[in-house]
Ligand binder design. Structure first.
Ligand code: PBG
Length: 334
């Protein structure tokens, strides 16, 4: 319930905006470095990085550089880093076997980060697309993305990630039943404190384009992801998916993409009151970042304003490629 204001001039809203002190006292939402999860792309090699053309300022990092990024995250106070591997096309297979190899890029990066900066939470992506010869998040049989067989593969993948030391599993695949299967397998293997941040409401979105370049899935992907990711026209379905994933053992839930779907965040937070996150995805980042670089908008200001919008909508945290820039801007008084 919102109080009906007294008539003018008894109520003058500008009174409370008349100084920085009063504006600070009245501010309902704040953005802090604790709200940030930093997604990074990992690639093979030593002490090198490959810029991603469609994501200005973002590069694929070799494992040693990912460790440096984790050290930077720690010094900035960013609580978590999220790993996405770039897999060479020659290593992608229809069975996605590399996804649960203990020595794959993601698992090596997790081990290296945990050895160097154990305080940083490592989140890993539980989805087959970087490893899949056809770019899909699931195993494809006769042109169909098969659900249950994919879930078995995802469970193997999650166990290998937990074994490597990952703290947060991020299943981004949108198969049915994967949260319950992963939770049961993690408990059975003794990984009782590994958390699951379910990509519960993930939409079939064109805003993922630059990410698919970054992980090398753009060339491989045949068709679209509409049989497993959500229809952008739906909102009630998101609530049913969140309820389902919580029942199956998710500790946290995510809405994705971010800014175009903040109405969904608000509904999820109001309905469930659980730790709720959103992903400011690659296409959102690219638009804001490039507009800033072009001088069309003030890059730092739109960055912080966009992240504040996530908080105001009800997010407890945001996955954002801006994480280190935002942390620096917040430190300097943003
Ligand atoms: C796929 C995955 C995607 C993203 C994270 N995990 C893309 C997709 O579903 O095609 C997108 C992230 C971004 O755009 O920044 N498992």
């Amino acid at each position: 319930m919102v109080q009906r204001p007294a008539p003018f001039p008894t109520a003058r809203f500008r009174r409370m905006r008349s100084s920085a002190a009063l504006r600070g006292l009245m501010r309902e939402t704040t953005l802090t470095v604790n709200d940030l999860i930093w997604p990074v792309f990992v690639t093979e090699g030593d002490d090198a990085e490959t810029p991603i053309a469609s994501m200005p300022g973002v590069a694929r990092l070799t494992v040693d550089r990912v460790v440096k990024a984790a050290e930077e995250a720690e010094s900035l106070g960013i609580p978590a880093i999220c790993l996405f591997p770039y897999v060479e096309p020659a290593l992608k297979t229809p069975g996605c076997e590399l996804a649960w190899d203990e020595g794959n890029l993601s698992n090596r990066a997790t081990r290296a980060i945990k050895a160097a900066v154990p305080e940083i939470a490592v989140m890993t992506d539980v989805a087959l697309d970087p490893y899949n010869a056809n770019g899909h998040d699931g195993i494809v049989r006769d042109g169909v993305i098969v659900n249950d067989e994919t879930v078995e593969a995802l469970v193997r993948m999650a166990l290998a990630q937990a074994e490597a030391g990952a703290d947060i599993m991020g299943p981004s695949d949108m198969m049915d039943g994967r949260i319950g299967a992963m939770r049961a397998a993690l408990e059975a293997a003794g990984h009782v404190n590994v958390t699951i941040l379910s990509y519960a409401a993930k939409y079939a979105s064109a805003f993922y384009g630059p990410f698919r370049d970054a992980v090398g899935a753009s060339g491989a992907l045949k068709g679209d992801k509409k049989t497993y990711q959500m229809d952008p026209g739906n909102s009630d379905e998101a609530l049913r998916l969140v309820a389902r994933d919580l029942d199956e053992g998710a500790d946290m839930v995510m809405v994705k993409p971010g800014m175009p779907y903040l109405d969904i965040v608000r509904r999820v937070k109001d309905c469930f009151g659980v730790p709720t996150y959103a992903y400011q995805v690659s296409g959102e980042y690219a638009m804001l970042k490039q507009a800033g670089l072009n001088g069309w908008v003030d890059g730092d200001k739109v960055m912080l304003e966009s992240l504040m919008a996530f908080k105001r909508a009800g997010c407890d945290g945001i996955l954002t490629y801006f994480a280190p820039d935002a942390a620096r801007a917040l430190k300097s008084g943003g």
